[in-house]
Design a protein around this ligand. Structure first.
Ligand code: AMP
Ligand code: TRP
Length: 344
């Protein structure tokens, strides 16, 4: 196996949807052949906004089930929940002292999530990107598959890695460590659906927290639910264009074509060659069939897995043990680099 390492995380905040699947999880599955992968259920990130404890527990198991049901192999790779590996929080504190306020002030996701009443947002929500940088860098991961919305956070992680390497360059050298102690993690934002939009409003991204369940296809939706949501999805009155250029300024059409392309493993151009000139009604029927074919088995497997919480928990414990072995090594070096005293 190559030494390059993949890390990514998904928050256990309920309603895992088609955007999470196509923007992230599908790519997690593909990367298993070429990299050592760690896939993390980021429960520490989840509590940056209030989570009902019993529901959080359920959601951690549900994301784990989605990983496994989608084809992630927890034996060959590492699947775990973040809070079981204390090194994430430990390194995040060091990064809180490396990152600058000015950097965090630019984060658009904080502004969106905090909304108008910024004074009432948790400190954790603000510092969230530093924890995300720690998630990645505590494994010195080199590649991070994510949806488009995480690009800015990845840039911040790169800045933090670079500033740490610079600030501590003398100490890194004095300890005989590689001067590029933290690598520059590369975002992998790939496929025709890196930003899946709401089915009700093509200008908003599909999200777990949208009050309308019709805005998203949940991975746990049954065939009838999927069919209803796609049939009701917003479109425009024009027929489908024959070329990708014709999707410009038609966000709803663009979204449905992107979903079709991603689910079928084709490009948008290819999909339009087949469906261009046709009406949405028949395109939607084909999309319903494809969605049910691809998502149905995943939903069914998720249901089976969540009925066996003992198994799911054992996967997370085993994954956490293996993750900790890697994270612990990094933290040991970080403590030496920063100048802390530790048991030798
Ligand atoms: P989250 O649910 O915020 O933890 O996101 C988990 C992963 O799904 C991240 O890689 C996100 O970038 C990705 N993701 C979330 N929403 C979407 C969306 N609407 N389209 C594409 N990717 C998404
Ligand atoms: N912030 C990511 C999201 O909301 C989740 C996440 C946390 C993550 N830590 C990560 C993604 C590390 C990639 C790498 O989607």
């Amino acid at each position: 196996m190559p030494t390059e390492r993949v890390f990514s995380g998904v928050q256990p905040t309920g309603n895992l949807h088609l955007g999470n699947y196509l923007g992230a999880i599908v790519n997690f599955v593909k990367l298993q052949d070429a990299y050592n992968c760690l896939y993390c259920v980021v429960d520490l990130h989840a509590i940056t906004v209030w989570q009902e404890p019993a529901e959080l527990t359920r959601n951690i198991r549900e994301v784990t089930a989605a990983f496994i049901a989608s084809g992630i192999d927890p034996k060959k790779h590492i699947v775990f929940n973040q809070s079981q590996v204390a090194e994430h929080a430990e390194l995040a504190w060091v990064f809180n002292c490396v990152a600058r306020l000015g950097w965090l002030n630019r984060m658009t996701q904080f502004k969106e999530k905090a909304g108008k009443d910024r004074e009432a947002a948790s400190v954790g929500l603000y510092a969230y990107p530093n924890l995300m940088a720690a998630d990645i860098l505590v494994y010195r991961a080199t590649h991070v598959p994510v949806g488009e919305d995480q690009k800015q956070h990845l840039e911040l992680a790169r800045d933090i890695a670079q500033k740490f390497n610079n600030d501590f360059s003398d100490s890194i050298r004095a300890h005989g460590l590689d001067e590029k102690f933290f690598p520059q993690p590369e975002p992998l934002i790939t496929g025709p659906a890196t930003r899946v939009m709401s089915l009700r409003d093509g200008s908003k991204k599909m999200s777990k927290s949208d009050p309308s369940d019709y805005s998203r296809i949940n991975l746990t939706d049954d065939a009838d639910g999927i069919a209803q949501k796609i049939r009701k999805a917003k479109t425009d009155p024009e027929p489908l264009p024959s070329e990708e250029k014709g999707l410009e300024a038609r966000p709803e059409a663009d979204n449905l074509v992107g979903i079709y392309a991603a689910l079928s493993g084709r490009t948008k151009a290819d999909v339009l060659r087949e469906f261009g000139g046709g009406q949405f009604s028949s395109f939607k029927s084909t999309l319903v069939d494809l969605s049910v074919e691809k998502l149905g088995p995943i939903g069914a497997e998720m249901k089976k897995l969540t009925q066996d919480p003992a198994y799911v928990d054992s996967v997370l414990v085993d994954g956490a043990d293996r993750a900790r072995a890697i994270a612990g090594q990094t933290m040991t070096s970080v403590k030496d680099i920063v100048g802390f005293i530790r048991k030798k």
